[in-house]
Design a protein around this ligand. Structure first.
Ligand SMILES: Nc1ncnc2c1ncn2[C@@H]1O[C@H](COP(=O)(O)OP(=O)(O)OP(=O)(O)O)[C@@H](O)[C@H]1O
Ligand SMILES: N[C@@H](CCO)C(=O)O
Length: 323
């Protein structure tokens, strides 16, 4: 048996793919979900905020299921949990809400039992659950990650995002399930399209590694998933094509969408023009949107100990939440 502390974690949202890096590139963003977890005599959930509406408040919640995987892996039994959760990450919009829930639950459950599992093990488990390492790697490690998965083990290299990148995200007022956005993709690609994506994805990683932002517009182009998904997101094709002419370094569908993300150099003077272009394009398509300026988050999931917290769960969040 172990002492039963109260564990809190903060986990960042993420954007996956960054255009050509389908299922391999991810970047953490400064939008967060928070989870508090403790052992209990009966399982109880306290879900706060608009973003968690409709999420199950019982043992069918993803957080509970993932926590039990950690306990099984570690060979301990913690059948009943009291979980509080607050999130600023919109659900099913392409900003890695499921990855944040998975990584947050893994980190919280692991900390609850004295952290027997390594980060590498948590990464493997997260990837098996999510089925691709891009969002979960970014939420776990922070920064920009380039990752591979062999079906069992995931590996990644983390790049520091630097100080110059910023992202303008356009979040449409409708949900797009990852399963639906993957369902429209072909099973096979031509050699030409494969080369097109490999070359751009490699260029993008190299550009981000050395801070050469000039090639980003070309490096964010993709032929593997975005052309097929464009029909699911009105305005997407025009925004991906034209955003660089309005001040963006490049633009991409964020994860499986429907959120669109324009990367910007923070020193760029044309932010208002970019905002106007994105807003007007979506308005022409009659798509209601929310726009947010976000920054890359260098820190991955953060575990707070009892001693560090000292405040109630909601008080702790108040200072950091964007809502
Ligand atoms: N905090 C949470 N607790 C429980 N389940 C969650 C939580 N957050 C997300 N989920 C589950 O994940 C689903 C969304 O996952 P999905 O992969 O479709 O979108 P996403 O993760 O927001 O976007 P993307 O993977 O494209 O970045 C939700 O419908 C819900 O079932
Ligand atoms: N790489 C994934 C991200 C969504 O979780 C996709 O584009 O389907």
């Amino acid at each position: 048996m172990f002492d039963s502390p109260v564990v809190r974690v903060r986990v960042p949202a993420s954007t996956a793919n960054l255009g050509p890096g389908f299922d391999t590139l991810g970047m953490a963003l400064n939008l967060y979900a928070w989870i508090e977890m403790k052992q209990s005599d009966e399982t109880r959930f306290h879900l706060y905020g608009d973003q968690l509406k409709g999420i199950p408040g019982d043992k069918f919640n993803l957080i509970y299921e993932v926590a039990q995987m950690v306990f099984n892996e570690a060979g301990v039994s913690v059948p009943e949990l009291e979980v509080s959760m607050y999130s600023d990450i919109p659900l099913t919009r392409g900003l890695g809400s499921s990855a944040s829930a998975i990584v947050g639950a893994l980190a919280a459950a692991n900390a609850l039992i004295g952290s027997p599992l390594s980060d590498a093990k948590l990464f493997d488990m997260a990837t098996v659950i999510e089925k691709h390492p891009d969002n979960v790697g970014a939420s776990l490690y922070g920064g920009i990650i380039t990752a591979v998965w062999d079906g069992v083990h995931a590996q990644c290299i983390r790049l520091d995002p630097g100080d110059h990148l910023e992202a303008l995200v356009v979040i449409p007022g409708f949900e797009l399930a990852t399963s639906k956005a993957r369902g429209v993709l072909p099973a096979e690609f031509s050699l030409q399209d494969a080369v097109y994506n490999i070359s751009r994805s490699s260029l993008l990683v190299a550009a981000l590694a050395v801070g050469n932002l000039e090639v980003i517009a070309e490096a964010m182009k993709d032929r593997i998933h975005q052309p097929y998904r464009a029909a699911l997101v009105p305005g997407m094709a025009e925004i991906l094509k034209e955003a660089p002419r309005h001040g963006a370094l490049g633009a991409a569908l964020s994860g499986a969408g429907p959120t669109l993300l324009a990367l910007v150099d923070r020193r760029e003077q044309r932010k208002a023009e970019l905002e106007r272009f994105l807003k007007e394009t979506m308005q022409r398509e009659s798509v209601p949107i929310r726009m947010m300026w976000l920054k890359p988050e260098a820190q991955g999931v953060k575990v707070y100990t009892d001693a560090e917290s000292g405040r109630s769960f909601l008080d702790m969040i108040k200072g950091e939440s964007v809502l």
